[in-house]
Design a protein around this ligand. Structure first.
Ligand SMILES: Cc1cc2nc3c(=O)[nH]c(=O)nc-3n(C[C@H](O)[C@H](O)[C@H](O)COP(=O)(O)OP(=O)(O)OC[C@H]3O[C@@H](n4cnc5c(N)ncnc54)[C@H](O)[C@@H]3O)c2cc1C
Length: 439
């Protein structure tokens, strides 16, 4: 994984967005001082709210922000920082209730409960449901689309409740400019949401794509060939991915991410995605009619070919071969001569997606393909089982740290390869991973 200066700059901007509103509260006219724990708890609440609001920006898919780090790193950060924000927001009332147990005294009627407290209650409740459904979506068997919709709704409820609670108490908001600061922040968060859900889809609506070919591949996989319809399309780098909407408009809450599998050297805006059947959405892909209008949002991701003189070691499991295919096809189109080693794990010989094309590409490139089959046929002399540290050692020339590695496949395989590379002394800066699950 590569962390560029560009990425560090964005992290600093992010930290400023969190800390500046907090520091601003401590300037100008201040309310009468309270005990340490009360003030500390208030600071936690304000910080938690600022972090939560910025989550709308983190997941807004701003290419300029996500590209230097990679989308998976951004989502990983989103998950971790969200848990941190939730911890801050929950510890805030917990400290208050410990320090001021009288707050627990039940008011005489519902009307007697301050609305700021009601807002806090709703906000914390929404946050708890949000965390539970995010952490245990699979175990709770919540379909991805439902989960995605509820995730956005719960986040909105939590942030709105938090803001109302802050205004209801308004302890640090006596100065008009402090109120203006928080109103400004709120407008900024809403603008981010407006951009993601209205402006960007409008832009995509004006730049549709047409399916020009639907190609069946080995391994329950279908390749969609798409051309821009009435515009020039976008350029991508081999290994990147895009969000595809097939049924419905770009205003639909959930798009599906797929790597581009075609050559990035195509000049007519042509884009291909190779999609393996997994659930509801992917099951419908083989039946898409040629001529259908679809929408693409992209390109995204930092998983792309590296230094031209390094040997490229591509390690793929199953459909994780798609970004590798884009890299190989692009290098072939460009007449690139760098050595490439593809270690490719599949279930069985018949399921090896792109098998024949990879065979043919070996004559156009300095490419060696090593197939690793989980269920090899009786007369198989090649590698069997899974791509592992032993397989790596058998086929990699030394020194291992001199090559660049690209890994994409099932999570278990990727974890095993990453630890094998670290045991072989390959520094993190020399390997790149693309995970097919953000959750
Ligand atoms: C960066 C990236 C690149 C990918 N590239 C490819 C590719 O080239 N070829 C390929 O076959 N698959 C690829 N995938 C996986 C693909 O996105 C999922 O298999 C597909 O979205 C599953 O949808 P479904 O409704 O058929 O399955 P479901 O059964 O609904 O979902 C199966 C799992 O896929 C994930 N998923 C489902 N919908 C989404 C969504 N809208 N956004 C994010 N994750 C989702 C969830 O973890 C879910 O549990 C990629 C995933 C990522 C993150």
């Amino acid at each position: 994984m590569k962390y560029s200066t560009h990425g560090v700059v964005w992290l600093v901007v992010y930290a400023l967005f969190i800390l500046l509103p907090l520091l601003a509260l401590l300037t100008g006219s201040l309310p009468p001082p309270r005990d340490f724990w009360t003030e500390f708890s208030a600071a936690l609440g304000y910080s938690g709210l600022a972090v939560m609001g910025l989550q709308f920006g983190i997941t807004a898919r701003f290419r300029y922000v996500t590209e230097p780090l990679g989308e998976d790193v951004i989502y990983h950060f989103h998950r971790r920082i969200s848990l941190f924000a939730v911890a801050l927001v929950i510890v805030h009332p917990a400290i208050m209730l410990i320090v001021h147990p009288q707050l627990l005294a039940m008011p005489t009627g519902i009307d007697a409960i301050p609305w700021g407290a009601v807002a806090a209650f709703i906000s914390v409740g929404a946050l708890i449901v949000l965390v539970i459904t995010a952490l245990w979506r699979a175990e709770l068997r919540i379909p991805y689309e439902w989960w995605h919709f509820s995730h956005i709704a719960l986040a909105l409820i939590a942030v709105t409740g938090g803001l109302l609670h802050m205004v209801g108490w308004s302890f640090y908001l006596a100065d008009p400019w402090k109120r203006a600061l928080w109103i400004g922040l709120t407008i900024f968060w809403l603008a981010l949401l407006f951009y993601v859900r209205i402006i960007k889809p409008l832009f995509m609506l004006r730049r549709p794509y047409r399916i020009t070919e639907v190609r069946r591949e080995r391994g329950d996989t279908t390749t969609l060939v798409m051309h821009p319809d009435g515009h020039e399309g976008f350029r991508f780098r081999p290994g990147q991915f895009g969000w595809l909407t097939v049924w419905g408009t770009p205003f639909k809450i959930t798009g599906h991410p797929f790597s581009f599998s075609s050559s990035a050297a195509a000049t007519d805006g042509r884009v291909e995605m190779s999609i393996r059947k997994l659930g509801d959405f992917t099951a419908g892909i083989p039946d898409i009619p040629v001529g259908k209008r679809v929408y693409l949002d992209g390109p995204y991701g930092a998983f792309t070919i590296g230094h031209p003189t390094d040997m490229h070691v591509l390690i793929a499991g199953g459909v994780g071969v798609t970004p590798m295919m884009s890299m190989i096809r692009t290098l072939a189109d460009k007449g690139d001569t760098r050595p490439i080693l593809l270690l490719y794990g599949s279930k069985d010989w018949d399921q090896v997606t792109f098998r024949e094309e990879l065979e043919a590409l070996q004559s156009r490139l300095d490419l060696k393909v090593v197939h690793v089959l989980a269920n090899p046929p009786a007369d198989w002399f090649g590698e069997s089982g899974h791509v592992s540290a032993d397989v790596l050692k058998r086929h990699l020339p030394e020194p291992y740290a001199a090559h660049e590695y690209f890994i994409c496949g099932p999570g278990v395989m990727m974890d095993a390869i990453e630890s094998a590379l670290s045991e072989l002394g390959v520094p993190m800066s020399k390997y790149h991973s693309e995970r097919y699950s953000f959750v």
